[in-house]
Design a protein around this ligand. Sequence first.
Ligand code: GTP
Ligand code: MG
Length: 322
Amino acid sequence: MSEKPKRPRGLTDLPGVSSAIADRLAVAGFGTIEALAAALPQEIASITGLSLSASQKIISAAREALDLGFKTADELYEKRMRVARITTGSKNLDKLLGGGVETQIITEFYGEYGSGKTQICHQLCVNVQLPRDGGGLEGSAVYVDCEGTFRPERIVSMSRALGLDPQRALKNVIVARAYNSDHQMLIVDQVKDIIGEKNVKLLVVDSVTGFFRAEYPGRETLVMRQQKLNKHLHSLSRLAYTYEIAVVVTNQVMARPDVVFGDPIAAVGGHVLFHVPGARVFLRKLRGSKRVARLVDSPYLPEGEVVFEITEDGIRDPSDYE
Ligand code: GTP
Ligand code: MG
């Protein structure tokens, strides 16, 4: 598969825009690619002194950089056909997800502490490296660690269990420790710069909600928190779609022991993926190392529950059913 060109970050990355022209555009209020994409050729021509056709070319380049505009159904079909999946290590869990964790969308794993979110993330960082006929994408992973719970030794034991060279497996996981929600968003913003170069096929954000909850506590800040989080989820979603990578986020939800009746999922507080396409998987503890996964609100896969197990080797199907 051909690699995507690097996306322009500033005006001067667009063909035909020198720094002098970029300065003139910025002064006139066209300092961003978004603004340029919505401009008229006449405006740009009069600001820059360029010809109308040169101005039109710059605007088109800005639109292309933003991926604006219409696509025909066959282009969409082609893109859809390129959706690939990463095995979770458990056939049950893969089946629930329609074959594994998908590229081009976000998959959210949510559940209470110890439900297996971080272990699944580690496993996917190893499995994405597997050959395509072995459930992987022959790619590398970026792990945005927001809780300080990334453990390289887990990568070693999980890769060893699959017969992969642990040293190589470690090199294919790029870890970024985030220190607050702004930092987290900044890191995600920079990921696109290394996707091509490092052949990144998976981006993990563990946990996607922790900093937002801590920084915007209480009911008064709920709206602000949600807005900021939505913005973040949208950039993640865009990254997944544009670069055709799998994005996996985790979200810790509290058990509510005071809620005795009703739907236990509703009782723990829900997922955060509301307005972006993706898969939402609720995890809960069963007993010992066994866990239950349930697919929630899927538009095209049947809802259902499966059991998987967290073993020393990683995520697996349970060895025994009682
Ligand atoms: P929070 O981040 O606290 O919300 O929890 P989480 O959902 O990320 O849970 P996590 O994936 O960290 O852990 C789930 C369970 O995996 C733990 O309770 C352990 O039982 C198990 N586990 C973690 N590390 C290991 C390990 O190295 N070996 C084995 N066999 N099990 C492990
Ligand atoms: Mg965790």
